[in-house]
Design a protein around this ligand. Structure first.
Ligand code: C2E
Ligand code: MG
Ligand code: MG
Length: 681
């Protein structure tokens, strides 16, 4: 019979079992037997490959040193060892083993995990042969075992690495796109790439689908009955139930992938980006940034990953995505986005400190047949950008009308640096007016992007992007130089006026250690005296993410530059603390002034004006406190005469707003200086 060792040694090559070697004379037979046995014994003992002979009671009869070493034992000690001591009895006998039992095959090859004495797993390729007696009855099993742990681990690792982010261990971009493409039907990737669970995580052992295809028939079709007591050997070989090869649909385009023919299926995507992550990374160091990303990833995965239905992936940097593979509709997605934003608001314990972060989320939800993976991503990206532009820490649902008119965040961000080189930015100036006498004390420099296609873009559209991408550093430097140059021109034309320029500094610029050098260079280059430069910094930027004040502030103040806290009242508003820093000016946020309305008729306040009164009292108290602490106060957003008058009564020093002048060309400031006064307040 093909594949049988008929006519030669039918018994164990290493044990002296019954032999059926024909009819030579007894002495010759014994000699031949001894010679043969010692040859086989030497081959067995010296073999580089692990070998073990297993009896029908599932105990090892003999193992060679190579096998013993593989699992951390001495060969003699393995004798009588039950196979369950070196292999988990996790698998039930399966079809292939039963075929072996029935004699339909003589050998099997499987990949199997063995237990090393020290506890770790040893992956092995095991070839099992039945050894029969002269009558063809099964006697023993000979296992030949090859250690493939390294290849196996490498293979796992490569598959894992290709699909997962090494830092957070979340599915990566590749896996995300694979999954997304799979949703849109076969043909995109050519296989059932949607089955995320089947990409092996090390440690996911035990999932049959992650095991390499298990058993390969080598040879043997001998019919063999009466194999009792060998069931347990199935545990050793751990036979994997192979699908019937003849019914496999082929490796490409399995039928079960959800296709576009399913008209009603919907998909949803929450595309998330942490706010101000770049600043955290820069200020607290990359290791803290990394830890934060890991913590965010863990929270997202724990809260939102749901098997095959939902995928949480890290798309890069501080961008994450939650893909909802079978969405119920936009309400489900917006609910999810609400949870996302809320869940991330809880502070993170990172590197021994509490870090508060927020996230902006773009939400897109639609029928699969109406979109493509590319469009879904593009629109999610644009929507994320709207969330950022609308003030961060929020989600925004895709709005097709808005989408048609908006640039994608990506396009803007990448266009920033070249635009700076092409000279597409300009600075407008808005007067800062003394409330006591209506004269212009200085002007705030406000940058604009004269985009060749999209017209003039306001800083809210691109400053956050510039901060994230780092383009704020060259852009901010340019604004600084340009503003100093302008202020120097005002000084030359109106030496008496001492008009200062007030330049906004972004957090990232301040934490950049070069800011002091950059400012000094700008002053030197333009010849502007330091006393005519004011720098506006937000409260949160002064304190920094770790709550530490900025060292650079002191250096700048020592140079004679004035430091203003911008948008005061929107952050921590810790006046007592700020007054201990080298800060000179508070710029009250426009929201305080919004509540300043016309006084009540007849001068008697009624309930409708309580809000006004409260705002006035708050502003009044802040002004007094600031003055007591040696700070001057500027109010932003003054839009009408009444606000200006009420503000003047609070004792506020200077004001800025459309009532006096909108931001405009530098020449407007010169014209006002020539006139002497903006308006009488
Ligand atoms: P900000 O520093 O608080 O600037 C004041 C903003 O209020 C300006 O908006 C100004 O045009 C606007 N504004 C002035 N008067 C009124 C008013 O009466 N009513 C109302 N509703 N708004 C008024 P803009 O120019 O769009 O700038 C927005 C923000 O962009 C600025 O807020 C500042 O934070 C940032 N920014 C502008 N230029 C630069 C820059 O060169 N560097 C950096 N880092 N940030 C800048
Ligand atoms: Mg400002
Ligand atoms: Mg402001």
């Amino acid at each position: 019979m093909p594949g049988r060792n008929e006519g030669t040694d039918r018994s164990c090559p290493v044990c002296s079992g019954p032999l059926g070697l024909g009819d030579s004379g007894p002495d010759a037979l014994v000699d031949a037997l001894q010679a043969s046995e010692s040859r086989f014994r030497a081959a067995f003992a010296d073999a580089g490959i692990g070998m073990a002979l297993i009896g029908s009671d599932d105990r090892i009869i003999e193992a060679n040193p190579a096998f013993a070493a593989m699992i951390g034992h001495e060969a003699p000690n393995l004798v009588r060892t039950h196979i369950h001591e070196i292999i988990d009895p996790e698998d039930n006998p399966r079809r292939l083993y039963l075929e072996l039992v029935r004699g339909e095959r003589d050998r099997l090859r499987v990949e199997k995990q063995l237990k090393h004495r020290e506890g770790h797993a040893v992956w092995s390729n095991v070839t099992i042969s039945l050894i029969r007696d002269g009558a063809g009855q099964p006697m023993y099993t000979l296992a030949m075992v090859e250690d493939v742990t390294e290849q196996r681990l490498l293979g796992d690792q490569l598959a894992y690495q290709a699909m997962h982010d090494p830092l957070t261990r979340l599915p990566n971009r590749t896996l995300f796109f694979e999954r997304l493409n799979a949703l849109f039907g076969p043909g995109q990737l050519g296989d059932a790439a949607g089955d995320l669970g089947e990409v092996g995580y090390p440690g996911d052992a035990g999932d049959a689908a992650t095991e390499p295809v298990g058993a390969v028939e080598l040879d043997g079709l001998a019919k063999l009955d009466g194999l009792d007591g060998l069931d347990e050997i199935a545990d050793l070989v751990g036979l994997v139930d192979l699908p019937d090869l003849t019914t496999l649909p082929g490796l490409t385009g399995p039928d079960e992938a959800s296709g576009p023919d399913d008209q009603g299926k919907r998909v949803g995507l929450c595309y998330l980006d942490l706010d101000g992550f770049a600043a955290i990374n820069e200020t607290l160091g990359h290791h803290v940034g990394d830890e934060l990303l890991v913590a965010v990833a863990a929270r997202l995965e724990h809260g939102f990953a749901r098997g095959d239905g939902r995928l949480v992936a890290r798309l890069g940097g501080d961008e994450f995505a939650v893909l909802v593979c079978d969405s119920d509709g936009s309400a489900q997605l917006t609910e999810l986005a609400t949870e996302l934003v809320k869940m991330l608001e809880e502070p993170f314990d990172v590197a021994g400190q509490q870090l508060a972060v927020t996230a902006s989320v773009g939400v897109v939800e639609r029928r699969i047949v109406e979109t493509t993976p590319t469009d879904l991503l593009k629109d999610a990206d644009a929507t994320l950008y709207w969330s950022k532009a609308d003030g961060r820490a929020r989600w925004t649902l895709y709005d097709p009308d808005r989408g048609a008119h908006q640039l994608t965040r990506q396009r803007l961000a990448t266009a920033l640096r070249p635009a700076l080189e092409r000279g597409e930015f300009t600075v407008e100036y808005q007067p800062l007016v003394g409330l006591a006498d209506g004269t212009v004390h200085g002007a705030e420099a406000l940058v604009r992007w004269r985009h060749p296609r999209y017209g003039t873009l306001s800083p809210d559209r691109f400053i956050p992007l510039a901060e994230e991408s780092g383009a704020i550093v060259p852009l901010g430097k340019w604004v600084l130089e340009e503003s100093c140059r302008q202020a120097k021109l005002w000084l030359l034309e109106f030496p008496e006026a001492e008009t200062f320029v007030s330049v906004n500094l972004a957090a990232r610029q301040i934490w950049d250690s070069d800011v002091v050098a950059d400012v000094a260079a700008a002053l030197k280059l333009t010849g502007l005296p330091a006393r005519l430069l004011q720098l506006e910094i937000t409260e949160s930027a002064v304190l920094g993410p770790g709550g530490r004040p900025v060292q650079a502030l002191q250096a700048l103040a020592d140079m004679g530059i004035r430091i203003a806290i911008d948008d005061f009242g929107t952050g921590y508003s810790n006046l007592a603390y700020l007054s201990r820093l080298p800060v000179h000016v508070l710029k009250l946020d426009g929201s305080f002034i919004e509540g300043f309305r016309d006084p009540a008729p007849g001068g008697r306040p009624d309930s409708r004006f309580r809000r006004t009164d409260a705002d006035e009292q708050i502003v009044g108290a802040m002004v007094q406190l600031a003055h007591a602490l040696g700070l001057t106060v500027t109010a932003e957003g003054i839009e009408n005469a009444s606000q200006a008058e009420r503000l003047r009564l609070t004792g506020c020093d200077t004001a800025q707003g459309w009532y006096f002048a909108r931001p405009g060309e530098a020449e407007r400031i010169a014209a006002i200086l020539r006139e002497g006064r903006v308006r009488s307040a």
